[in-house]
Design a protein around this ligand. Sequence first.
Ligand SMILES: Cc1cc2nc3c(=O)[nH]c(=O)nc-3n(C[C@H](O)[C@H](O)[C@H](O)COP(=O)(O)OP(=O)(O)OC[C@H]3O[C@@H](n4cnc5c(N)ncnc54)[C@H](O)[C@@H]3O)c2cc1C
Length: 321
Amino acid sequence: MIPAGALASLLGDLRRALPTEPEERVPFAELSTYRVGGPVSVLSRVRKLADLIAVAKAVREHRPRVLVVGRGSNLLMTDTGFSGLVIKLEGEFEQVRLPAGPGDRATVRAGGGVALPKLARQTAAAGWRDLEFYVGIPGSVGGAIRMNAGGHGQETVEVLREAWVVDLLDEAPEPAARPAASLGLEYRTSRLRVTDVVTSAAFAVTADDRSDCQRRVDEIVRWRRENQPGGANAGSVFRNPLGDAAGRLIEAAGLKGLRVGGAVVSEKHANFIQGEPGATSRDVQRLIAEVQRRVLETAGVRLEPELHVVGDDVDGDGEQP
Ligand SMILES: Cc1cc2nc3c(=O)[nH]c(=O)nc-3n(C[C@H](O)[C@H](O)[C@H](O)COP(=O)(O)OP(=O)(O)OC[C@H]3O[C@@H](n4cnc5c(N)ncnc54)[C@H](O)[C@@H]3O)c2cc1C
């Protein structure tokens, strides 16, 4: 918990330093695809680099718990909420710069807050291939790098050239270029810490026929609609165990449709847990635990969550710097 006095002086510093008023007690439901979770004490929407640097100075000074939120598509906030500082990149961090001209191998530069489907569509529409898989992942560039997001046979590690990262605790916080190989990108994980903020990234793309790029985008969108549910969820709840699929194990245990309160295992894809209107974060967490218990019982496999559970009452993301 951030003491009231510390919170007030953090807010005071942010108000003095930023053009955008920090928001207080923001329901996390508004910041995540799960649409559940308690309030966050302070939300700072950061629209340009100078503002992020000002936020970094306040973080160094006041040491609140920090959570960088992209599209909130891999986060489950507890009902207690988060008494710390949430940072969200907007404005200039949502810009995409396509390669200037023709060339076989080229670079797309995108801000850390860019929505992945937008990145995929803009790149494909301009006749550059290799980022089409992002059209089905409702995250941001920063979240994709932190999670090494992937699908349809591709992962971020294969397309990322480098990322620019601001360490909020650095004495002189500035974006530092970090080659992809230095980020420790592995299956749905990376070496980035909670105080590392991805401000932008460079992706390798290849020139291709626009209509071929568009066709691949359309195919992925169609596949997603046919195979994955819409509504409130955070995508795959569990990591796939080596050589198997979490969804297969959950389905084989007969758990499709299993319900706790307003949370239910999707009938369409067993590794998705849907939050129905009125669901609480606690419902989702209890269902996650119940699925883990039953799969362990029936298949002897301990499923590990892929989504990040955050909040005052859990460790992990949002640690005290
Ligand atoms: C319907 C659906 C389908 C999905 N399908 C896939 C899929 O096919 N493949 C896949 O890999 N994932 C999938 N996901 C999960 C999710 O979209 C990815 O993990 C995505 O990369 C998360 O990005 P985000 O911006 O939403 O991150 P958030 O959920 O906001 O945050 C996730 C983590 O990234 C960190 N983070 C966010 N932004 C930054 C930043 N700028 N700098 C540093 N750290 C940051 C956060 O602190 C947190 O630790 C799916 C989710 C949904 C809802």
